[in-house]
Design a binder for this molecule. Structure first.
Ligand code: SF4
Length: 264
């Protein structure tokens, strides 16, 4: 079985516990305005032109985003880091895009990881079929579950999808006793509003199985990728947080009943 992979990143320390290898699967049903990986959104390989500068000269090279890989090719690659997983309590994180978009490949890859006793985390937007989430939850991975915009009309405006589906899936995973870490991209004036933070805190405080909240502050690093892909980047004028602004935003999460950390 083959999946469409757009990157495999080794030695990640922000995608779950310990040292991890993150497998980025291509395809995402969301269109978050701030997406740092716009190359992940299409379900097809894409050819882009990259500009490399050497001295005063610019060279253009073509790059293909997205590579078909078999489950065994992916597992061979991630298994190389097993000593680091063992040392650090790490493992493999399937991310994207949205890994639920390639369900058969994802499930087969999870099963192979577990055969090799490699820990698994799933980094998901939570937008997927409840039956699929239930099936994956039975395998007991850690879910890194993104919460973005709770209000449904704002969610459609900023991410393109219905937040009620995501919220219901989160509640489903919680009811199944799944290990959940909530991840919140902090996007100035979009996800960090008092109203949205209050709604997120209220939701998280109803969960039994969420053990932590990780805040992921906005970084203005994706503009170049959008240009290469020929997509307009609507947030190009949005400034990253100053430390003081970040501290102020973090204070808004003081009502959350589980530990809240800010990822650099
Ligand atoms: S869910 Fe993630 S990958 Fe998909 S559009 Fe949003 S930020 Fe990008």
């Amino acid at each position: 079985m083959k999946g469409l992979v757009f990157d495999i990143r080794h030695f990640s320390i922000h995608d779950g516990p310990g040292i991890r290898t993150t497998v980025f699967l291509k395809g995402c049903p969301l269109r978050c305005l701030w997406c740092h990986n716009p190359e992940s959104q299409s379900t097809k390989p894409q050819t882009v032109t990259k500009e490399n500068r050497i001295g005063s000269k610019t060279y253009c090279v073509q790059d293909i985003l997205g590579k078909e890989m078999s489950v065994s090719e992916v597992i061979t690659e991630v298994a190389k880091d097993t000593p680091f997983y063992d040392e650090s309590g790490g493992g493999v994180t399937f991310s994207g895009g949205e890994p639920l978009m390639q369900p058969d490949f994802l499930i087969a890859a999870i099963d192979e990881c577990y055969k090799l006793k490699i820990d698994v985390a799933i980094d998901t937007s939570g937008f997927g079929a409840p039956d699929l989430l239930r099936k994956i939850a039975e395998k007991k991975p850690l879910f890194l579950f993104d919460l973005k915009v709770i209000n449904n009309s704002d969610s459609i405006k900023y991410t393109g999808v219905n937040s009620n589906i995501i919220i219901n899936n989160l509640k489903l995973l919680d009811s199944l006793g799944t290990n959940i870490a909530i991840r919140i991209p902090l996007i100035p004036t979009i996800t960090d509003t008092t109203e949205n933070v209050r709604a997120i805190a209220n939701l998280v405080n109803t969960l039994k199985c969420a053990t932590q909240v990780n805040l992921l502050p906005y970084h203005a690093i994706a503009g170049d990728k959008y240009r290469r892909l020929g997509i307009s980047y609507l947030l190009k004028d949005l400034k990253p947080y100053t430390q003081k602004e970040l501290d102020d935003v973090a204070k808004k999460f003081s009502n959350v009943n589980v530990p809240v950390t800010i990822d650099a």
